[in-house]
Design a protein around this ligand. Structure first.
Ligand SMILES: [Zn+2]
Length: 87
């Protein structure tokens, strides 16, 4: 058990980790936390929940990475053109 404290909004649903006591607002986030921080303490249902939550994160992360690279490329060439034309 750690000495960390958490502010939980009153009246909101809380999913608390049985191993470390950390609260989460969604069951999906608790499943991700348990799979990443307590992988040796999962039962079969928790492992399935972790794997489906992990896979559900993969596609949005991939789209975010592509968008981030696109923004960097546009910024890089935009600044390059600005310096070439104005500098
Ligand atoms: Zn935990």
């Amino acid at each position: 058990m750690t000495s960390e404290t958490y502010d939980v909004p009153p009246g909101e649903p809380v999913y608390e980790c049985p191993d470390c006591g950390r609260p989460f607002p969604e069951r999906r986030l608790l499943a991700l936390h348990r799979g990443l921080d307590h992988p040796d303490r999962l039962d079969e249902a928790e492992r399935d929940a972790f794997e489906s939550a992990y896979e559900a994160e993969a596609e949005p992360l991939r789209r975010y990475r592509i968008a981030a690279v696109g923004v960097l490329v546009v910024l890089y060439f935009g600044l390059l053109m600005a310096f070439a034309l104005l500098g």
